[in-house]
Structure formats: C-alpha cells, structure tokens
Design a protein around this ligand. Structure first.
Ligand SMILES: Cc1cc2nc3c(=O)[nH]c(=O)nc-3n(C[C@H](O)[C@H](O)[C@H](O)COP(=O)(O)OP(=O)(O)OC[C@H]3O[C@@H](n4cnc5c(N)ncnc54)[C@H](O)[C@@H]3O)c2cc1C
Length: 385
C-alpha cells in the first residue's frame, strides 16, 4: 500500500519543474504532464535575470527579493552551481536623465535593504571589461543579482524527480479539471483521465484558456496588450525578443543593463541581448518579431566596443506569462478544491522560492503569509464587485 500523496503537475516550465522537484523532495509521488516537452515554453525564451527591481507593490517586491535570496540559500547548500550564476548586475547611465533615474532606483532599493550601490564609471569598467568608462556618465552595481540557465535548471530538477520515482510525460495536453470526491481528476486531450490527490496547474501563457474550461477565472495579459509599469511607460509588453550572439572572444562576465538594453552571459561564451520594447509591437505570429534581434545588436554596438564585430547566431521570441494585474497568482481554486494554480511573470526569479511555498501549501497544512496578496480568487471577487 502506497501512502504517499499523488501530485500531478501540469506544465514543465521553470515553475512546474521546480514545484515537481519540491513535491518529490517532500516524498510525494509526482507525475508531470506537459503538452509539449518540459522547458519548451516561455522559460526557454527568457532573459532570465534574477532580481527584484521595479516590483510594486511592496508584497510583490518582497516576494521577488525572497526569490533571489532562495537562489543564494541553495548556492550556500551547494545546489544549483550548474544553473544559478551569481555574477552581479552592472547598470550604466548614458546621460543626465538616465543617471538621475539610476540614482533614484538605487536609493529606493537600498532603503528597502536590497544590495544596490552607485559606483563610478571606472569601477563599473573594472567590474565588467565590456564597459568603456568614457562612454557612460554613471553606474550602479547590484551584487546579489545574477542569471539563471533555465533549461539546465529544469533538466536537473526533473532528473531529481525521476530519481525519486516521479514520472515525466511529454506531449500530454491537459484540457480540464474536475473534483471527484476527495480526489481531483485531470482530463487529457486524448480522453485519458488521471486521478490525483492534488493537482498543480503551471501552464504559463495557456493558463487563462485552460482554467476557463473548468469555470475558473485567471485573466492574463494578451499578446497585444501592454503591461504598464508606470503611466508614462507603455513599452512593456507580453511579446519579447532575445538575440544570441556567436561566442565572444572575451566573454561577458556579468549581467549588464543600459537604459534600453540588457546583456547577460550564456553558454559557450555567447551573450544574450534583451530589452523592453524589443519585438513587442507585433504579435508572436508575425515574422516581423524577429527583426528585433538586429535592432538589439545595433543598440549594443553603440555602447560596447567588444560588440563591434560580433555576429548574431539566433533570435528567440517569447510571450511573457503575465496575470492581468501584473502580479503572481498562487493558491487553490474555489471551484476545484484540489487544484492549485501558479502563474507569474518574473518566473525565473521566483521559481525556486515559489515552488517551495507551493509544495508546502499543497502537501502541508500551513498557508504562506508571503502569498496572501496573490490568491487566484481575487479575480472572481473583482468580477463580482
Ligand atoms: C523575453 C522575456 C524575458 C524575460 N525576462 C525575465 C527575467 O529577466 N527575469 C525573470 O524572472 N523572468 C523573466 N521572464 C519571465 C519568465 O521567463 C517566465 O515568468 C517564466 O519562464 C514562466 O515559466 P512557467 O513555468 O510559468 O511557464 P512556461 O515556461 O511557459 O511553461 C509552461 C509549460 O506548460 C506547458 N503547457 C501549456 N499548456 C498545457 C496544457 N494544456 N497541458 C499540459 N501542459 C501545458 C507548456 O508546454 C510549457 O512547457 C521573461 C520572459 C520573456 C518572454
């Protein structure tokens, strides 16, 4: 007789994989179902910067700051050296306006106890050889930030799930959920039904449509919509592009940000370029989204001499999984009580920490105070109001 609770996790991106890993570590019997293959969704098209910058309100900032701290905790325990790269982030300003914005960001974050400090252009160049001190006017250093190799983290975590006796089933699309007495039924597209003690839905951008079929409302930002960070900032959209360079002679060491571009290291000494507004004016289905790769490289060449003769190898376009109010969704649903939903932007930063909280809530009896502001029923309540 097997008394281990059976948890079905639907979706094998960073969130589903990490939840599966944490549930397996708590001795649950885990089955992960993915409509395609784990790691092939948004998680494979992510800039993957672990940080808590520009997060509002305070509970969402705190969640992200704790998300970053979780990676550090794992690193101290010797976990994740193959995927969490604690290299720090250097941000540079190129004129008086961007210098003022950078100073304000540092002041705000430092006041909340976040590791953020202003450095001189010379110090910035010492921190990252890519930076030319003569081309910038101010800089800041966020020493606890870094980047995550999401594909490696998913592969590693799912290997642990298999070792613990868990099962990873690929090309198994889920179409609905039903409560069946004390258990929860997962309905697959091919007619199969899987019964579980608990089900965690971690299907990223597919969440709204999938849950609608079971009468659960979790609205998401569509490809055509913009998430407004601030009333005067309309650039941040669901569709985002990344450009991968060929291997660099002198690889980038740290995450670097300019006012309109992010750069981070990648495998084989490549750099990944990303930026708000890159690829975002057209839907994912329009091939014009790929034109943003060269645009990002052009921005990089203006500021970084090391990029002058670098070629692009690939452009990837992804759709951010952003709940309609911009905040994380995590909690059991009301209409299917054994079904837990987790979906968020900043999923790379949050994956390990959220997964721990989710596994604790699913398999334990305590409600995490850190998730109190992020329950899925807020949308139903808002609709009723
Ligand atoms: C351009 C870009 C830049 C980003 N930059 C950052 C960043 O710097 N820092 C950060 O923290 N975050 C960043 N993000 C966000 C982050 O990448 C995402 O929040 C995260 O990857 C979402 O992971 P997920 O597991 O929820 O979804 P996904 O990775 O999309 O995984 C969902 C999985 O569910 C499966 N699935 C879907 N529907 C079904 C179904 N019906 N049945 C079964 N399986 C199903 C899919 O096949 C997929 O494998 C960025 C995103 C983009 C696009």
């Amino acid at each position: 007789m097997n008394n281990r609770p059976h948890v079905v996790v639907v979706g094998g991106g960073v969130l589903g994989a990490c939840v599966a890993g944490r549930c397996a570590a708590r001795s649950a019997r885990v089955t992960l179902l993915d409509a395609a293959v784990p790691g092939s969704g948004t998680s494979s098209t992510s800039f993957a910067w672990a940080n808590a910058q520009k997060k509002r309100p305070d509970s969402y900032f705190r969640l992200n700051a704790d998300g970053l701290a979780e990676y550090q905790r794992l690193a101290e325990a010797g976990i994740g050296s193959g995927w969490f790269h604690a290299v720090g982030n250097v941000e540079v300003a190129v004129d008086a306006r961007s210098a003022e914005a950078l100073e304000a960001t540092v002041a705000d974050l430092a006041a909340r106890g976040y590791a953020a400090e202003l450095v001189t252009p010379r110090q910035a160049a010492d921190l990252e050889a890519f930076i030319d001190a003569d081309r910038i006017v101010a800089a800041a250093y966020f020493r606890e930030e870094g980047w995550v190799d999401a594909e490696a983290m998913i592969a590693d975590t799912l290997a642990d799930v298999r070792t613990a006796g868990g099962e990873i089933r690929t090309h198994r699309a889920v179409v609905g959920f039903e409560q069946a007495g004390p258990r929860t039924k997962v309905l697959l597209a091919d007619g199969e039904e899987v019964l579980a003690d608990y089900v965690v839905c971690a299907t990223g951008t597919a969440t709204e449509t999938l849950l609608e079929a079971s009468g659960i409302r979790v609205p998401m930002i569509s490809e055509q919509q913009r998430k407004q960070r601030a009333p005067d900032d309309e650039r941040y959209t669901a569709v985002g592009g990344l450009a991968f360079t060929a291997p660099l002679r002198t690889p980038l060491r740290r995450v670097v940000h300019t006012p309109d571009l992010g750069l981070r290291p990648s495998a084989q000494g490549r750099a990944v370029l990303g930026g708000d507004g890159a690829g975002s004016r057209v839907p994912r289905s329009d091939d014009a989204v790929f034109e943003n790769g060269p645009r990002l490289l052009e921005r990089a060449r203006k500021l970084f001499p090391a990029m002058a003769d670098v070629m692009l190898d690939a452009v990837r376009v992804g759709v951010r999984s952003i709940p309609a109010d911009g905040l994380t969704v995590a909690g059991f649903t009301q209409s299917v009580p054994g079904l837990y939903v987790v979906v968020t932007h900043s999923g790379i930063t949050l994956a390990q920490y959220l997964a721990r909280l989710v596994a604790d809530e699913v398999l334990g009896s305590e409600q995490a105070a850190a998730l109190a502001d992020f329950r899925p029923d807020r949308f139903a309540a808002a609709a009723r109001a």
